[in-house]
Write a protein that binds this ligand. Sequence first.
Ligand code: PXG
Length: 289
Amino acid sequence: MKIYIDGKYYDEKNAKVSVFDHGLLYGDGIFEGIRAYNGRVFKLKEHIDRLFYSAKAILLEIPISHAEIMKAVVDTCRKNKLRDGYIRLLVTRGIGTLGLNPNRCKRPSVIVIADKIQLYPKEMYDNGMAIVTVPTTRNLHNAVNPAIKSLNYLNNILAKIEANIAGVEEAIMLNADGYVAECTGDNIFLLKGGKMYTPPLSAGALYGITRGVVMDMAREAGIEVSEPNLTRYDVFNADECFLTGTGAELIPVTKVDGRVIGTGKPGPITKSLVKSYHALTQISGEPIF
Ligand code: PXG
């Protein structure tokens, strides 16, 4: 496997970062998780746009342009002959000194890893997954804003650990006001009476790329979509529930905090959106070869 670091390609065993990189020392940096399907990078522009928004929010100057990053991602896939897989793109604050001061870091580092991902077992896609609500809440907007895809994912990792302790793979995180924000690495959707609902970004949801694609697909299919504040009560009483994410794609949820959702099986609208999403991934994106 060839890994891109600051314009050069390294074998896996030689792909290394300094222990003085503030990405390691402080989680000071940002990332994106991107998928390649059928020889194309899916929604690449949207991911790079979000990377630049995250960079803006943390005052990180990405040392190469939007177009150069897009090219680095596509070239890394090509070098690894990756037709279907997962791309992890990160920008760290770079090598600095001990001490928080980011001004001591001379140049941010851009890294691209192109590999495979399997987030959840197939059985869960077929039958739905059980999730729980966890005690760790989503970060406040005026702390590390949850819209920033930062290299410090401890908020989500703590929630994931709590999910695992409860014997499940994913968890609902509430915000400080008690409204549903999202899951640890996925956005959440509900269907009720044929209408679709997902928490607003103001509730602490990440501006998910898959979330956006699914909202567009639903609207095209004539489904009304809105983004109200949602509570656990709304989740328990939904007809259908599913999660979205680059890694997870669309995955049905059939149990939340011990409550069976709808019929207890993946619902018809969820199934039809899964089909449309898979079809779209096969035909659109930035060509690799
Ligand atoms: N919320 C959070 C907190 C995320 O980290 C999503 C929602 C879904 O967003 P996208 O843009 O992917 O639809 C994410 C994305 C991993 C992994 O390694 C996590 C994500 C994506 C890919 C891989 O666990 N999270």
